[in-house]
Design a protein around this ligand. Sequence first.
Ligand code: MSK
Length: 632
Amino acid sequence: MSENRYYTIEQMEEATASLLENGKKVGADSWQQRAKNQSPHCGFGESGTCCRICSMGPCRITPKAPRGICGCDVHGIVARNYLRFTAGGSATHSDHGREICHTLHETREGGNYTVKDPEKLKRIAAEWGIEFEGKDIYDLAHEVAEVGLLEYGKPFGTQRFTKRAPEHTQKLWEEAEIMPRAIDREVSQSLHMTHMGCSSEPEALIRHSLRAGLSDGWGGSMMGTEFSDVLFGTPKPVDTTANIGVLEKDMVNIIVHGHDPSLSEMIVFYANDPEMIALAKSYGAKGINIAGVCCTANEVAMRHGIPMAGNFLSQENVVLTGVCEAIVVDVQCIFPALGPLSKCFHTKFITTSPIAQIPDSEFYRFSAETAGENAKAIVKMAVENFQNRNNDLICIPQQKTKATVGYSVEAIKTCLDGVTNSHVDTLGSTKPLVDVVKSGVLRGAVAMVGCNNPKVRPDTAHIELMKKLIANDIIVIVSGCSAQAAAKAGLLDKAAKELCGEGLKRVCELVDIPPVLHMGSCVDISRMMILASDIAKDWGINISQVPVVGCAPEWMSEKAVSIGNYVVATGIETFLGVDPYTKGSTEVTELLQGENGIKKWVEAKFVVETDMDKLCQKMIDCIEAKRAALGI
Ligand code: MSK
């Protein structure tokens, strides 16, 4: 296997083309073809001006028909659609967090799930006012998990983790009446507000969009992240490999795909079971190779160094190699297309969650109580499938990069402490980072997140933006499919410092980090919120003043809209490369993107720009403007 340091978009597209050719031999469908079939997209849907909330419609707004049958105008319709979009994302992320709370509640000494980071558990207990001294660690885990579960439906009060934000930010949330209460309440109220005959006033609907988003980012997602760390270990920098060439011709290949690490952790464990390895060898394989797709890839890469095969729009590619014995999924971002596609090959498509049941899959119900036996059965089934490969259909593009992943907030602070020896407390500080930003060695940071989307040439925006930003001494922190785009291109390799401006290059050398820092999966954008809060506190300024912006250049899911709402509501200007179906309303566009809307409430707004060069320049300008305002 040849290992290039970097791959260009063209090289990766060439690899995909060879896989699509392979698929043609067996009549495989592809998202590339389906995207063509769906073009052009419906103009009403794209501008957010179609309402099908009741059965009097659907109503579509045109110059001739400026109001729906109920009398709602275009601004109310667009804003209602936007809030529903947000609620879908908030519910999804938060339900992932809820599952993790349940897994934490299942921990037992010697059980399927144990507590791997007891110190983090104690820190959270202390933060939440739960006595931990002298308590059995599993009693404590169960107590914390129960309190976490109550965050979803508590009748009074607001999200506990919001206390982590700077006081100024909390004050803004209180004043704007967007401080998130119980998570389920914010989602439920979104549906109530948008029911026929309730809210049609855009400002009220956008305000609640921010609140529902905050209940995700500072509630459900944050619990998902924090308790995953308690369960599976807080990520530390670890080396891995990425891109489609991580699949191995002579091994049993099992792809884990989705989001919830409760499943993938168990699959990884049983893939290393000597009994399973011996079984694989008995079928003529050299061993068992696990690789990840989408956010599950991030979860297992940053805790075990498991290779990352690709991101959202690469999920069909892994099957098209003809060497994928099983693609095992849990929840979210799974193409139903994997059902018919896997039938064209020998691949077993295994669904495991009642939340994601998909035609043409084999359903192995996975639960925390029986996780071990479920995972072992899945691994065994994949191993036994090795014998069913068709050697004429094997096509593994030889593209593979090196990556260093796993920069949790704790890991970043540890790296910084290692440089300055200024270990101020057990968790370290962001002060050395603040100093290099103040001095101008680093100009600022971009938090690059989100999916890829056929509307944007896949991965191009992520990769090209990252290259330009690091060349301009702007460090990039990444999560979700943006992280895998970076990994596939080679930008998570420490050697990528050679692509940086002089300042960032110096920082990378000194701290021994790559210029693009991997922070994890979609729910781990909550880590970015904690980092931004800590930087603001260490610096003594507001989050909105820190030279940092958020960016989702190729986003596609409802979760991304929820994320956008909580990032912007945290005070971080957020740049989108795909319009969130709001361009049909001047009022909603002004509320989200103007100076007199959400910016007045939370000190940040959205910028939507589909031209990636312009998007990049706007981010750099925003960072420089923040620096100028600080006088640095
Ligand atoms: S997996 S939400 S395609 S980032 Fe989290 Fe990737 Fe977007 Fe899914």
